[in-house]
Design a protein around this ligand. Structure first.
Ligand code: PRX
Length: 645
């Protein structure tokens, strides 16, 4: 029988006794404490951090504005680095592998030195002060982690941008955050090619009006003289040999901003999600230890890029706050061949692997011979994040990567939640493939009907119904948008996802119910892609929808109306695709484009995306009587069936 057809009860997979016996969280009392006295529970978690000044109130909740650990003072960098110098200074903090196979590693002592050295130069050379915004656009190298921590040390607010974003996306973010400095590198490696990061920043800064300097790390050691500007750029290499002194970790109020991270929404440009210091760090430290069962001798590998929230919380802040040894890899999973991930696990004796369902589905397609060729026996826990995992992929991961010996944690959360919210703790309950499971202790997640009633079992909309420490504190520069997007649907936080809950309380997250796409675990707004397409000369209007994709979960299909004078040429489709990839980044490239004279619209002029989605999936179209132009549906239908023949 296929795993896809099993009932909820039949689906349950018990956790291995050997795992339960050694787990960090073994007893339900932990859950009970959290539900009986939530604030005391969170206070205990906050106490796992090192504070410079104790808080005097746990929570001030003026919906939708939360303040946690009020008047407490701490520093995130101190909690990730300094606190380990006493008993872990010679422990490897980060082991890095480059795509060409080169390896370097730094101990906690070395991490302390390098972070302080950079923090010193940020202050002395660039005069960066507490509260200033610093944009980081770097490849996945040690200096990226060091840059993040150095900002945190001096109280600068970092805004990390994924290395795959285009110059336009970078300049939008630099302008919105009014960053005074961009930390970047001469380039990075990807699938045997190089990424011209400095060149991209150079292009981006052409459309930034305010004064913005750059600090450039040398990674490729290539010639970047054509994009170099002496008035603007500083090479970090000569600074490395200059004198420096340790920098005191800036005392940050618990509610001082630690970082901004841009993510896509349903309207307009990406929004800068704000996270503050005390609450975010409390949840990062606690959830890493609880969910990944992190121990002192683990080699922990999170494959996410630091440019996404997963990289922030579960590659840098959470594991380092716990004093872990982290693996960081710069490069593609299929370079030089499709066994690269498994070779890395074998070579570094990785014990915990956290990756995305999209990657797992690609590995499945490539076949079991790749993982079979390597020793994966050091693995003891597997995780997934970013999108729903189909039970078939779960089963493959369990059998062929975990050797039926590793529990899988399917973790649901968002940029906005700061850390994992829903995830079955395998030491406390069996796992159910495809179901993220229960909310973590301390988190309250409910499924609500469209009217806001609690759904005991069945489907509805996912809401987090109690405030939690790592919740977003707002959208940078746009408090109204914050209130509208998350707090106007219900009284409680609306996540934008649909979900079901079964009679044992397991939550299965189905995906977005709004106009946000999830392509290979990356969040992209339909409006963002549409406005990029419309910027292409000759395009009058565009609408995009998400379509099912076996590997990426979702892919982008665009419907495009051309201007009268524009002719449909042979290369037009690929030109528009390339244009979108160029203006946002390759992750936003549409898979298919359908040219149409009109889009199906209601009489009030609203595009009927439901119908576009059905058309894209070749599904029967329901009622079209509410359309102003029902005849367009059959026209598009025949166009799609002609092109797919
Ligand atoms: O739709 C959900 C999906 O990813 C969205 C959040 O995207 P982002 O802010 O980029 O953060 C991704 C990494 C935390 C959610 O609204 N999502 C994330 N994890 C899961 C998921 N959908 C189903 N199951 C998950 N485990």
């Amino acid at each position: 029988m296929s795993i896809e057809t099993l009932s909820d009860q039949e689906l349950a997979v018990s956790t291995q006794d050997s795992f339960i016996e050694q787990a960090n969280i073994k007893d339900q009392a932990f859950f009970q404490k959290a539900s009986q006295n939530r604030l005391e529970f969170w206070e205990d978690r906050a106490n796992e951090l090192s504070w410079q000044t104790q808080w005097d109130q746990v929570l001030n909740w003026q919906r939708p504005y939360a303040q946690w650990f009020i008047n407490g003072k701490l520093n995130a960098c101190e909690n990730c680095v300094d606190i380990h110098l006493k008993d872990k200074k010679n422990k490897i903090a980060i082991r890095w592998e480059g795509e060409d196979g080169s390896i370097s590693e730094i101990t906690y002592q070395e991490l302390y030195d390098r972070v302080n050295q950079l923090a010193f130069h940020l202050k002395s050379t660039f005069n960066v002060k507490k509260g200033d915004r610093v944009t980081i656009y770097m490849p996945m190298i040690l200096d990226l982690a060091i840059a993040v921590l150095a900002c945190a040390r001096i109280g600068a607010i970092h805004s990390v941008i994924f290395g795959g974003f285009s110059s336009q996306s970078i300049s939008d973010r630099i302008v919105d955050s009014e960053s005074s400095l961009v930390i970047t590198a001469d380039g990075g490696y990807r699938r045997g090619a190089t990424l011209p990061l400095h060149q991209t920043v150079h292009e981006a800064l052409k459309s930034v009006q305010h004064h913005c300097k750059t600090l450039v790390f040398r990674h490729l050691n290539n010639d970047i003289s054509s994009s170099w500007n002496d008035d603007r750029d500083t090479d970090y290499e000569p600074l490395r040999s200059q004198n420096w002194e340790p920098v005191n970790p800036e005392p940050m109020d618990s509610e001082d901003i630690l970082f901004i991270l841009y993510t896509s929404g349903t309207t307009g440009k990406p929004k800068g999600i704000i996270h503050t210091t005390g609450g975010y760090m409390t949840h990062a430290k606690y959830s890493t230890r609880a969910v990944f069962d992190l121990k002192d001798n683990d080699i922990y590998w999170c494959t996410a890029d630091v440019g996404w929230i997963t990289g922030h919380t579960y590659l840098i802040y959470g594991p380092l706050a716990n004093g872990a040894t982290i693996l960081m890899y710069e490069g593609a999973p299929d370079f030089p061949d499709k066994g690269r991930f498994w070779k890395i696990i074998q070579d570094h004796k990785v014990t915990i692997l956290y990756t995305a369902p999209t990657a797992i589905r690609a590995f499945m397609k490539w076949g079991v011979d790749y993982p079979k060729g390597y020793d994966l026996s050091t693995l003891r826990l597997l995780g997934t994040v970013g999108e729903p995992i189909n039970p078939e992929a779960w089963d493959w991961y369990f059998k062929h990567i975990g050797g039926e010996n590793c529990p899988i944690v399917d973790t649901w959360w968002q940029t906005e939640t700061g850390g994992i919210m829903i995830c079955n703790l395998p030491s406390l309950a069996p796992s159910k493939p495809g179901r993220a499971g229960h909310a973590l202790p301390g988190i309250q997640a409910d499924i609500l009907s469209p009217e806001g009633q609690n759904v005991e079992t069945g489907g509805g909309l996912l809401s987090l119904t109690e405030p939690w420490p790592s919740m977003l504190r707002g959208i940078w520069g746009d408090p109204k948008r914050f209130e509208d997007v998350y707090w106007s649907r219900f009284d409680t936080y609306f996540a934008g996802d649909g979900a079901t809950i079964d009679n044992e309380g397991y939550i299965k997250v189905l995906g977005r119910v709004d106009d946000v796409l999830n392509v290979a675990g990356h969040r992209i707004g339909t409006m963002e892609v549409e406005s990029a397409i419309v910027d292409f000369e000759g395009v009058a209007e565009a609408a995009v929808v998400g379509i099912h994709d076996d590997i990426k979960g979702q892919a982008i299909q665009a419907f495009v109306i051309l201007k009268e004078e524009m002719k449909e040429t042979e290369t037009l489709e690929s030109d528009i695709k390339a244009f979108v990839a160029n203006s946002i980044g390759p992750i936003a490239r549409p898979k298919h484009i359908v040219f149409t004279p009109e889009l199906p619209k209601t009489r009030s002029g609203k595009i009927m995306r439901r119908i576009l989605k059905q058309l894209a999936h070749h599904e029967p179209i329901g009622d079209t009587t509410t359309l102003a132009n029902p005849e367009i549906v059959t026209q598009i239908q025949s166009k799609i069936s002609n092109t797919s023949k």
